[in-house]
Design a protein around this ligand. Structure first.
Ligand SMILES: Cc1cc2nc3c(=O)[nH]c(=O)nc-3n(C[C@H](O)[C@H](O)[C@H](O)COP(=O)(O)OP(=O)(O)OC[C@H]3O[C@@H](n4cnc5c(N)ncnc54)[C@H](O)[C@@H]3O)c2cc1C
Length: 478
């Protein structure tokens, strides 16, 4: 029997994972990537002789019993050189000079924070019990169930656990990775992501590219880079082929889009079966802010390696409010690759940032002066704030390279340079959680925009998408 053909648009984590699943299920898979490197947010790049990551720093829940464990076992990713972070403190929140540890394991997490907030122990237990309960049921999504916590507000739940404003800040202090919003953030997303990191937290030697290489090696057909899809051709209510920017046409039985849905819509013809009303609904959903990143090479022996991330916030930062003009929060990530004396070799600084209307540069390599000046001043604000959480950092800088949401917009086609894509709204869960099925029966969606973002969310969604294509869950998963 002839193999069924699948074409996947975009080689981000979701695209590659769907490619692996369908390959294991007997499909002939071709992944088409517009960039020169596969991986999307998992791409790496080398500066000053060091390999930096772009959108990958640490993962939560890969150990036995954690939510990522069965998914990564399926993809053969558990064998990669993971480096466990400090169990006593994998994330450290620094507010106004005071340090608060996040410890691994739900019980230890409560105990560590109760030492500083003894009267809040019951509230911390309520919070972690809820996180755990929601985390334990993550795979109910595979039975088509929407967790009720999608229709509950994260902020309201947090407030029901503690009235202490400082503890609320601390508990929200590692959440640059999900963009907090008082009005909209579903408890489900806050809980799933927090829970996974409390279960266990790991960095990876070789970073995102190590994941990309492992996944790409399991794909039956090819991962083609420099192969941007410019057009989708429909016939008789089905997608028939995609057209590349080069003019080449590739036919298949099944098509999966791992790109931002709004970017996908721009590839469809006027008379597409993906009707305007559907496109309008999804296009109207809000996207998360972008991220400013400073990739920093450090002088040998200057800064000890830390098995933790440090999240530094200025005391007046409103972590649940809109992204401020002036830098109020910065995450410090340490690369697991160290200097021979064991000192830290490189760190990344990350800080949320919207795209500004003021930026005069629009295309890679042709940015204007205003943009370059803005990058410089943002980097200096980030360094000033990071220095308060990691004294000696500024003197330790050997080289620094920066990127902004504009870089994301141009390199991954993420809508408006958004870091985590479409935001979910607990007041309208059915409207903001997106199904992998589209109105066209052989066109499917995957990736971080659908359900839950991050490595965990995207990996879980890959199974939802593959399940929709196959009409059943891949049998060897759980
Ligand atoms: C700064 C930052 C830090 C992060 N850190 C972490 C972390 O530490 N831990 C964690 O769990 N998650 C992290 N994430 C989130 C995580 O990286 C993402 O959720 C995940 O990688 C998204 O994968 P995706 O499959 O949705 O697609 P993407 O990575 O967005 O990939 C989409 C791909 O499609 C390609 N494409 C677009 N248009 C076309 C076209 N027309 N034709 C062909 N190809 C096209 C793009 O070039 C891109 O390669 C981070 C994200 C960011 C932005």
């Amino acid at each position: 029997m002839e193999m069924k053909k699948a074409v996947i648009i975009g080689s981000g984590l979701g695209g590659l994972e769907c490619g692996v699943i369908l390959s294991k299920e007997g499909y002939d898979v071709t992944v088409l990537e517009k960039g020169l490197q596969a991986g999307g947010c998992l791409q790496g790049f080398t500066r000053g002789g060091f390999r930096f990551d772009t959108g990958f720093h640490y993962v939560g829940g890969i150990e036995e019993g954690g939510p990522l464990h069965p998914l990564f076992r399926y993809f053969g990713l558990l064998d990669l050189p993971w480096v466990k972070m400090d169990e006593e403190c994998f994330d450290e929140v620094v507010i106004g000079g005071e340090r608060f540890p996040f410890a691994m394991g739900h019980k230890r997490f409560v105990e560590a924070l109760s030492e500083r907030f003894p009267s809040e122990k019951a509230g911390l237990e309520k919070l972690t019990a809820k996180f755990r309960d929601i985390g334990d049921h993550i795979f109910n999504a595979f039975k088509g169930e929407m967790n009720p916590a999608f229709a509950e507000g994260a902020w309201d739940f947090l407030c029901s656990c503690t009235e202490d404003p400082l503890l609320r800040q601390v508990l929200s202090g590692t959440s640059l990775k999900l963009q907090l919003d008082r009005e909209t953030l579903p408890l489900y997303i806050f809980a799933q992501i927090s829970n996974s990191f409390i279960c266990s937290s790991h960095r990876l030697r070789g970073g995102g590219p190590a994941i990309v290489e492992k996944l790409a090696s399991q794909i039956s057909g090819r991962v083609r880079t420099g192969a941007g899809v410019a057009r989708i051709f429909e016939e008789d209510g089905l997608v028939k082929a995609v057209g590349l920017e080069s003019g080449e046409r590739i036919e298949a039985d099944v098509f999966i889009s791992d790109i931002h849905p709004v970017a996908l819509f721009s590839l469809l013809g006027e008379d597409s079966g993906v009707r305007k009303i559907y496109r309008r609904r999804i296009s109207s959903l809000k996207n998360s802010a972008g991220m400013f990143t400073a990739n920093i090479l450090l002088k040998e022996g200057a800064i000890p390696y830390r098995g933790r991330n440090i999240f530094v916030h200025s005391p007046e930062a409103d972590l649940w409010g809109p992204v401020p003009e002036k830098t109020g929060s910065v995450m410090i990530h340490f690369y697991p690759e160290t200097w021979p004396d064991g000192s830290a070799k490189a760190v990344d600084l990350l800080s949320p940032m919207p795209i500004s209307d003021e930026w005069d540069g629009t295309r890679v390599g042709r940015r204007g002066q205003k943009y370059l000046a803005l990058k410089e001043s943002k980097a200096s604000e980030c360094l000033d704030l990071a220095e308060t959480g990691l004294p000696g950092l500024k003197d330790a800088v050997e080289g620094i390279w920066t990127s902004t949401p504009l870089s994301w917009r141009d390199y991954t086609a993420s809508e408006g340079g958004s870091a985590y894509g479409i935001m979910k709204d607990w007041r309208n869960p059915l409207g903001s959680v997106i199904s992998p099925r589209t109105p066209v029966p052989n066109l499917f969606l995957t990736g971080q925009n659908l359900n839950l973002h991050g490595i965990l969310g995207t990996s879980m969604t890959s199974f939802l998408t593959a399940g929709a294509v196959l009409g059943r869950m891949p049998s060897t998963l759980l």
